[in-house]
Design a protein around this ligand. Sequence first.
Ligand code: NAD
Length: 535
Amino acid sequence: MSNRTGIDILRDPFLNKGTTFTAKERDTLKLRGLLPPRVHSTEEQMGRVLSNLRGKATNLERYVFLNGLLGRNVDLFYRLALENIEEIMPLIYTPTVGKACQEYGSIFRRPNGLYISLEDAGHIEEILQNWPHKDVRVIVVTDGERILGLGDLGSNGMGIPVGKLSLYTACAGIHPSQTLPITIDVGTENPKLLADPLYLGLQQHRVRGEAYDALIAEFMKAAQKVFPNILIQFEDFANQNAFRLLEHYQDKACTFNDDIQGTASVALAGLYSALRVTGGKMEEQRLLFFGAGEAGTGIAELAVEAMVKDGVPEAKALARCWFIDSKGLVTKGRPGLAGHKLRFAVDHAPLSGNLEIVEALKPTAIIGVSGQPNTFTKEILKKMAEYNARPIVFALSNPTSQAECTAEQAYVETDGKAVFASGSPFDPVTFKGQTFVPGQGNNAYIFPGVGLGVVAVKSRRVNSTMFLTAAKTLAQLVSEEDLAKGRIYPSLKMIRKVSLAIAVAVAEVAYAQGLADEKRPADLSAFIQAKMYQP
Ligand code: NAD
């Protein structure tokens, strides 16, 4: 502990232990009288916090409460999160974080990350140096333009990097002082925020083009200078910037885009597990994506890479993936197709009705990443069950309100045949006497472990081989018992074990590809495990 004493300790969330300071500590640290006399055990303290948490009326209030706790007592927050991960994760991340971002202006208490706005151009290095922690290893950055499936929330998007980084700590043990949430504020196109007197960001239309690119370039350069070996995760950028920035920076910095690459990895892991249930092979699948954005094309790209590595010709692998976007089937003839969709455009007459498209392809799997609720209609689900003994149905859009169908709809309309996963959590469903536990294709299975591996061995890059390896590692951790219940991801209770296994696999890739700056330890797993923060 530092040489600080008294109120300074209680005010520092990294040092404060609240009512669990022992009598001896209270004497030595000059805390006597600053705390109520009763000394609590950690269990008693956790019990009190948990009962306060559960007593709140809404999840948004729980979110605010947990944020307050993080601001007071970091260890307690993470211990609570880790020991109650299934209950806490939906409160600190999706779906609650979506609501929190929408209400950020009114629930704001303290800035939990750094804000960089257009007005800071030319000063980003100084701003990064203002951050109190100097050994930062992971940054999550957003510009708030595509928050979950909720659209442009401008600087209120801060909830996303804050939430994602708390998952790095809870799930993979990256020390909280080594994480830095950043929001880059270039304005917003959200009319509500532009008119809201409580909005906390720049109240102007988004700046695009050269000024935007220059701000990002300055940020990337400054971040790598101020924090050597930094891993930079891009999060919830709109797709016209996300693809472009990824392509530009992925070979120049240790960076990845979680919406594209993390999602791809977790969805591919889900497909591998689902194939253990359906008995199919990846190259035999007909994948129909609802949504041709970052998530959809990211998943398809990684699936194609996996098939190609298994010896399937690329053209054949690409033809296994069909896309529906807001204009209907993505076909070759369509004018003005965005670059990320071009590779997947199929040689087919235009079709716009989703049911018609399902009938034309007869997919083995439908993957919902459109942000549009109710797109997996009753008719589509019934067709899926007609074409497949075990149809794969992934309704991945977040938050829960945007999911393409609910777990219940998936099981009921397919007569219990669906192998289902969602982006936000759904409760188990009992149908015809059988209880199905829906899998949650949560990116938190992937990015914390990938990040831990990268940071631990000081990898200079993060690449698709690492995400493919992570997907395979995750799928292998799903047990037969999980599959029997319909769950194609392991229980979140195993998350630390999952993250460690992924970190080791990713670190192996970094060594194999000559990307790691850390000398190879004799026991890689023990080396990485020793770096994990235990609250
Ligand atoms: P995006 O904006 O890049 O792409 C959205 C796509 O949906 C676009 O191609 C758009 O044309 C298409 N679309 C819009 N309306 C449609 C409709 N009615 N039918 C079919 N397609 C339509 O967004 P994204 O990053 O790809 O994210 C999409 C959704 O996936 C979001 O809700 C996000 O929360 C979710 N997501 C889930 C996970 C996960 O479960 N692990 C991970 C990432 C993203």
